[in-house]
Design a protein around this ligand. Structure first.
Ligand SMILES: [Zn+2]
Length: 102
C-alpha cells in the first residue's frame, strides 16, 4: 500500500503494466522525491526523504509528475517529455481533477 488512494501499486498504459514502488534510501541518496524508469516501466517514490515524511500532497504530486512522464513516453512524445514545466503543470491539473471529482 502506498498510503494514498490516488497512488496505485500497478496500472497499465497502452496495455503495458507499470509498477509503483517505494524506495526511500535510493531516492534520498539521488536527491529525488520520485523517478520514472521509462524502459523498466517502474515509478519509484519516497515515503520519507532523508528520514522526513513527505506530505500526502507532495507524494501524490510527485506520483502524477512521474505518471505524466510515463504517459508521454508511451505516446512517443519524447521532446515534450523533456519539458519539465509542461509535465509539472499537467500533473498539477490531473492531480486537482483526481482530488476534486465527485
Ligand atoms: Zn520530471
Amino acid at each position: 500500500m502506498n498510503g494514498s488512494i490516488l497512488i496505485p501499486e500497478n496500472f497499465t498504459l497502452n496495455g503495458k503494466t507499470y509498477k509503483v514502488v517505494i524506495r526511500d534510501k535510493e531516492l534520498s541518496k539521488k536527491g529525488f522525491w520520485g523517478q520514472a524508469f521509462l524502459n523498466r516501466k517502474v515509478i519509484k517514490l519516497c515515503d520519507k526523504f532523508h528520514g522526513v515524511s513527505l506530505t500526502k500532497e507532495a507524494k501524490e504530486q510527485t506520483f502524477f509528475h512521474e505518471l505524466i512522464h510515463m504517459i508521454l513516453d508511451s505516446m512517443g512524445y519524447d521532446k515534450l517529455n523533456e519539458d519539465e514545466d509542461f509535465v509539472d503543470l499537467f500533473a498539477q491539473r490531473l492531480h486537482e481533477y483526481e482530488k476534486s471529482k465527485q
